[in-house]
Ligand binder design. Structure first.
Ligand code: ADP
Length: 162
């Protein structure tokens, strides 16, 4: 059975993430989405909330499971016996960071972990969780960026009317 981990902050999940999730689910028998705490980013939603949001957003994709982990991705991958990581590439700007991450994970795991990149569908290339949060914080329309229920959760967080 082929499996892959799709790790990220997902604060919150966007339609760009959903695109990568659906496509990865079409390639692998099982995709484990792993919510990790990125120490370089301050989060709007708690890890538990992000897991619940992702579970709701992916409930119609049967070969996807959602988990969280607070340690190193390489450790998690070994515990789960999964040696492929999926990441999304939006633009050249993602490339250096993603290349460094992929190479670090490969080195740290002693060659166990490989990273596979899915290039984003063009309509989502501009999307990031941070942009979506910024737009929602000013009450802007994020309905084209995130699943509808996530848009409502964002407006609730920022006390903006949906
Ligand atoms: P991280 O903090 O680990 O970068 P993110 O939640 O920001 O976590 O992103 C997780 C993964 O999803 C990354 O590989 C990122 O490049 C990818 N991603 C983010 N937004 C999009 C998008 N709009 N389209 C495709 N991939 C995306």
């Amino acid at each position: 059975m082929s499996k892959a981990i799709y790790p990220g902050s997902f604060d919150p999940v966007t339609l760009g993430h959903m695109d990568v999730i659906r496509r990865a689910a079409g390639i692998f028998d099982e995709v484990v989405i792993c919510v990790l705490n990125n120490v370089n980013k301050s989060a709007l939603f708690s890890v538990q909330d992000r897991v619940k949001i992702l579970q709701e957003a992916t409930k119609d994709i049967e070969n996807v499971v959602v988990e969280s982990y607070s340690g190193l991705l390489t450790q998690y991958a070994k515990e789960k016996h999964i040696h492929v990581v999926v990441r999304g590439l939006r633009a050249v700007t993602d490339f250096e960071y993603e290349l460094q991450n992929a190479q670090t994970n490969r080195k740290l795991s002693g060659g166990y972990l490989d990273t596979m990149f899915l290039t984003t569908s063009l309509e989502y290339a501009y999307l990031s969780s941070s942009t979506v949060k910024e737009i929602a914080s000013f009450g802007g329309d994020v309905s084209d960026c995130v699943p509808d229920f996530v848009a409502n959760l964002l407006y609730e967080k920022y006390n903006k009317k949906s």
